[in-house]
Design a protein around this ligand. Structure first.
Ligand code: FES
Ligand SMILES: [Fe+2]
Length: 375
């Protein structure tokens, strides 16, 4: 009893004070929340039009994104301080957002500047404001301690804006904890799942790098059988087949989790970057068992750029199909976690073990997290 009480207290403190080495690998990974002291994308820039307000969400917190006719976009708690009606139902007036119900108006700092029916200063209450930035066609907020926002950089995002690349957006919503997604992308040993899309290829582990807040695994692929799909050929180049022999494929796929983001880069045999994927996994509900993905996939334009334009729909379909296979699997993993009441996975691949430790170390145990039983 004593031990439990102390451990419970530790979890409570961890969730208040943030991360710390004390909780590494001690909690069920699916009860470790994202560290809020990072920039998280919560909407695409083009969805928040000038003079409009847009409803978004981070881990159960409703957030109204407001873009005045002029000036940068800003983020407020999406609950009016008066009766908690969503501010996203309101109207943008000048630099303020006016609640749809009684017309209280809030400025970009969240201060209530007008209560229209009481001609008096200082009667309204403020709402929470979030640090807010735009980059790469995404709107980011900083859900944690606003005092830290300035010192935390926005991430580098794929090749958005680089004319040598063509970039597509994707944004699936998944019924699973964000950690399943990190594991799925990092672990290239699951190509068997994608055999119908990619034929029979196997991943060869080429090495890794690790640090306190990142890890990278590198792979190359060998084709054992089946035909190379057209879309894959466009990214990797045509693989010459030699009858009956396993072909070395000289591209290197590097997958990296730099907490809390993930990237996958492909370099061709000359070391040139040919594909660059950037993904953020943003928790939706307060239990963080649902995830909104924001992804940008950049593909290097070939010499004849129109070929890529022509192949673009096929490429979209190819990546969509692969992603749908992954989606089904990660959601099934989450389902098993719910049914079994916790994590019963057996991990044998050192890369994934290290990734799990990284996610545990950098995240924050939630209020329900209890230390794992040892032994
Ligand atoms: S609920 Fe917003 S002004 Fe009354
Ligand atoms: Fe996959």
């Amino acid at each position: 009893m004593q031990v439990e009480a102390v451990a419970g207290k530790a979890a409570e403190q961890a969730s208040v004070s943030g991360k710390g080495p004390a909780h590494e690998a001690e909690y069920d990974l699916r009860q470790i929340d994202c560290d809020p002291n990072f920039w998280y994308p919560i909407a695409w820039s083009h969805k928040v039009r000038a003079g409009k307000v847009f409803p978004a969400r981070y881990a159960g917190h409703p957030i109204a994104l407001v873009r005045p006719e002029s000036g940068p976009v800003y983020a407020l708690e999406d609950r009016c301080a008066h009766r908690q009606v969503p501010l996203s139902k309101g109207v943008v007036e000048g630099d303020c957002i006016k609640c749809c119900y009684h017309g209280w108006a809030f400025d970009r700092g969240g201060k209530c500047v007008t209560v229209p029916y009481l001609n008096k200063e200082g009667v309204g209450r403020p709402v929470r404001s979030y640090p807010c930035r735009e980059k790469g066609g995404l709107i980011f907020v900083f859900p944690g301690d606003p005092a830290l926002a300035e010192s935390v950089p926005l991430p580098e995002i794929a090749q958005v804006g680089n004319p040598e690349f063509k970039t597509r957006r994707f944004f699936p919503r998944l019924k699973c904890h964000y950690t399943f997604m990190h594991e799925n992308l990092m672990d290239m040993n699951h190509q068997f799942l994608h055999r119908r899309q990619m034929g029979s290829i196997t991943a060869r582990f080429m090495g890794q790098d690790k640090g306190e807040n990142f890890m990278e695994a590198r792979y190359s692929f060998a084709r054992k059988g089946g035909n190379q799909p057209l879309a894959e050929a466009l990214i990797f180049g045509k693989h010459r087949e030699i009858e009956g022999k396993e072909q070395p494929v000289e591209e290197i796929v590097s997958i990296r989790t730099t907490y809390p983001y993930q990237t996958l880069k492909i370099h061709d045999k000359d070391g040139d970057l040919v594909m660059d994927l950037w993904v953020a996994y943003v928790p939706l509900g307060s239990d963080q068992l649902g995830t909104q993905t924001f992804g940008l996939l950049s593909v290097k334009k070939p010499k004849w750029a129109f070929l890529l334009d022509l192949a673009w729909p096929a490429l979209g379909l190819f990546t969509h199909r692969i992603f749908e296979e992954d989606r089904e699997i990660v959601e099934l993993e989450q389902k098993a976690w719910r049914e079994l009441g916790g994590d019963h996975t057996i991990e044998v691949f050192p890369v994934v073990k290290a990734l799990r430790a990284l996610l545990a170390r950098n995240g924050v145990p939630n209020a329900r997290a209890r230390p794992l039983e040892k032994g």
